[in-house]
Design a protein around this ligand. Structure first.
Ligand code: ADP
Ligand code: MG
Length: 236
């Protein structure tokens, strides 16, 4: 489904966004946010929402170790700060221990515990959206990872924009060299990244209730494929 634009989902996804609004939620959970983005063709991690420990064990078996475990709640906007993320879980014992640790670390009401594939890659991007009072929905592309704050290498486009403009955004990054083949890792799939940038703009155009989107990070793997491993959709 990567890159496939599926506007027929707009209506269905509208219900999902409005259901969250009606419950008074200020954001979508990571799981729901990724369902929304995936419907628009954004590549996201394979993941399963578990409601009990034995479901989590089964989910990890289906996805295949190593896995990542996260507490999933619309109230958890910065999960690692609250001890709600465990990466690199190698086996059932470690999974069960992580499950207990994460459940006791957070007081937020949980939608469930998210079990997801572990994505390997040394390059990280951030894709975001905010609404400018003058220009409307603006899509942001930036360098992700530990250097994000220090380097502040980001570019913006007002949505909607076409694939050529999306490709131009990539070329405008000062650190665009990491998008080419880099230290033995393949060049990023620019087509899918471009469609992802367009899709994020389209989500905002279709859903007025969405104030902000933060996909942080998107990991580029050794073969150049991209995957959103985290997503935050803020309502307002
Ligand atoms: P937060 O809400 O704190 O931003 P994230 O879901 O982004 O939580 O997880 C924190 C970090 O853990 C990410 O920045 C990323 O480096 C790593 N991470 C999270 N999920 C995965 C995954 N599925 N595969 C690989 N690394 C991951
Ligand atoms: Mg994150």
């Amino acid at each position: 489904m990567a890159g496939a634009f599926r506007p027929e989902y707009a209506l269905m996804m509208n219900k999902l966004v409005h259901a969250a609004m009606e419950k008074g939620e200020k954001a979508l959970s990571e799981y729901t946010a990724k369902q929304l983005l995936a419907a628009y063709g954004v590549p996201v991690t394979r993941e399963i929402l578990a409601r009990e420990k034995d479901q989590a064990v089964e989910a990890a078996g289906n996805i295949g170790y190593p896995v990542v475990l996260k507490a999933c709640s619309p109230e958890l906007m910065h999960k690692s700060e609250s001890g709600a993320v465990v990466v690199g879980i190698e086996n059932t014992e470690a999974l069960m221990a992580a499950y207990d640790r994460v459940v006791s670390a957070t007081s937020a009401p949980l939608e469930g515990i998210l079990i997801q594939e572990m994505v390997h890659g040394r390059r990280e991007l951030v894709v975001g959206l905010n609404r400018d009072p003058q220009f409307g929905p603006c899509v942001m592309l930036g360098l992700g990872g530990v250097l994000t704050e220090a380097i502040k290498d980001i570019v913006f486009r007002v949505a909607p924009f076409n694939q050529n403009e999306a490709l131009d955004m990539m070329d405008e990054l000062r650190s665009k060299a990491i998008l080419d083949s880099f230290r033995g890792e393949a060049a990023v799939d620019r087509t899918i990244l471009g469609k992802t940038l367009q899709a994020v703009g389209q989500v905002a155009l279709d859903h007025d209730a969405i104030a902000e989107i933060d996909i942080n990070p998107i990991i580029i793997d050794a073969r150049g494929n991209i995957k959103a491993v985290d997503a935050l959709v803020v309502l307002g």
